[in-house]
Design a binder for this molecule. Structure first.
Ligand code: MLT
Length: 324
């Protein structure tokens, strides 16, 4: 018993020293569960830049893509809980328990919550040579091409998948869905004309719309957006899909068991980064909204994800969607 107590005391002392020195010279890795060049990757790289100074250490981004983000989720759930491996994921963390029967982690039990980051609306896009120049023409084209329309997405449970599912179900249209490891590579194929349409986060679509590389038909938020590239796009709600509203969010997570002083340091650096005017400006230019300070509190973050798990669990169950 005495030996056990001594070991526990020593472990506590070591973690206390380690926490004081954290992050030290070893970089912190943000695991992004999608391919490089997509919207989650973009948010992670911008946040890494904004968090380096307040954290006092280097932050790198690693893409662990596949299975709608769940491979990256598993990787971090099973990582050493020392604060050096973090997960930056979106709404998919809350849809995965209902979608994946063989999920290798439990979102509410296997992670420490570090705070929400932002909210991101999406846009409905078409390939550049699609013969439809506005939303009404797109609907006509979809109806005229029943059984032939391809819709790209980033895997079951990805934001692009949820948005595409909702779009199909409200239109009562059946499309062939084409999964990618992220909407970064999916965007390349959309621009190249290999797939027809895609829903994607404004973070990824704004530069492509500005460059005229894709056709943009609508935004998925209830209100129109206010950036120069997006302000003329109608909402899907005003275009006839009443109540259509998909705005996704990103959050930051550490493996369960990460020492509290390390979590506190990470949370403080996150809060600081989200107040950085440069970060806020960059996000706003891409149509995304950085969350308020209260939403970066770990308890608030966890409460929010729990509510999202319940909400999406019901939607997904009703739609009969799942993967083994
Ligand atoms: C998604 O559809 O979930 C995202 O766009 C994934 C990504 O960041 O590539």
């Amino acid at each position: 018993m005495k030996r056990l107590l001594l070991a526990a005391t020593a472990a506590l002392a070591i973690s206390g020293v380690a926490a004081q020195d954290f992050p030290g010279s070893k970089p912190v890795t943000f695991v992004v569960p999608f391919a490089a060049g997509g919207p989650t990757d973009k948010v992670a790289r911008d946040l890494a830049e904004a968090m380096r100074k307040p954290l006092g250490g280097n932050i790198i981004v690693e893409n662990v893509a596949g299975a709608g983000g769940t491979l990256g989720g598993t990787r971090v759930a099973k990582a050493n809980p020392d604060g050096h491996t973090l997960l930056l994921w979106h709404i998919g963390i809350s849809t995965s328990p209902a979608l994946y029967r063989n999920l290798q982690f439990k979102p509410l039990e296997d992670f420490e919550y570090l705070g929400l980051i932002n909210e991101v609306p999406m846009t409905l896009l078409g390939r550049p040579n699609l013969p439809a120049n506005n939303y009404a023409e797109l609907i006509k084209w979809i109806n005229d091409n029943k059984g032939k329309v391809n819709l790209a997405h980033a895997g079951l449970g990805a934001a692009s998948h949820l948005c595409g599912l909702l779009f199909q179900s409200q239109l009562k249209a059946d499309m062939t869905t084409v999964p990618y490891k992220g909407t970064g590579p999916a965007m390349t194929d959309l621009i190249g004309g290999q797939v027809d349409i895609m829903c994607d986060q404004t973070t990824n679509t704004t530069p492509q719309i500005a460059a005229g590389k894709v056709k943009a038909y609508a935004v998925t938020s209830l209100q129109r957006l206010n950036t120069p590239e997006l302000r003329n796009l109608p909402t899907l709600d005003e275009s006839g899909l009443k109540g259509f509203n998909v705005t996704i969010w990103h959050g930051l997570y550490a493996p369960k068991g990460t020492p509290k002083p390390v979590l506190d340091k990470l949370n403080a650096a996150l809060k600081e980064a989200l107040k950085d005017p440069e970060f806020i400006k960059r996000q706003a230019a891409l149509g995304t909204m950085v969350v308020t300070d209260a939403r970066t509190n770990p308890a608030e973050h966890k409460k929010f994800v729990e509510a999202e798990i319940n909400k999406w669990g019901q939607v997904i169950k009703a739609a009969g969607q799942y993967a083994d």
